[in-house]
Design a protein. Structure first.
Length: 116
């Protein structure tokens, strides 16, 4: 059974940094699959934040480019999200999303709160 589990997040002041991790398990093909981070911010629809392919190619939403960084460790089936220069607009629930040959798996989400 494929599972996706996030960890990390938390509370930080504006200008601070946080990191989150996403561990996927249950398939030998995870390391070659595209993984994504989405976020659900208050009053807005869930949006794609960052994407990383199995080969390590990345794509970023304009709102986080230059501030967030996605990476992965294929040996650990883990994707990381480093978030820098956070501002209150980044507050929300961050979800990891695995696209495994067209079948989609979501994590339960991790809360990120940016507040003074």
């Amino acid at each position: 059974q494929v599972q996706v589990v996030e960890s990390g997040g938390g509370l930080v002041q504006p200008g601070g940094s946080l990191s989150s991790s996403c561990l996927a398990s249950g398939s030998i093909f995870i390391s070659v699959s595209t993984m994504n981070w989405y976020r659900q911010t208050p009053g807005k629809q869930r949006e794609l934040v960052e994407t990383i392919t199995g080969g390590g190619n990345t794509n970023y939403a304009g709102s986080v480019k230059g501030r967030f960084a996605i990476s992965r460790d294929n040996a650990k089936n883990t994707v990381y999200l480093q978030m820098n220069s956070l501002n209150p607009d980044d507050t929300g629930v961050y979800y990891c999303y695995l696209d495994l040959f067209g079948t989609h798996y979501w994590g339960q989400g991790t809360q990120v709160t940016v507040s003074s």
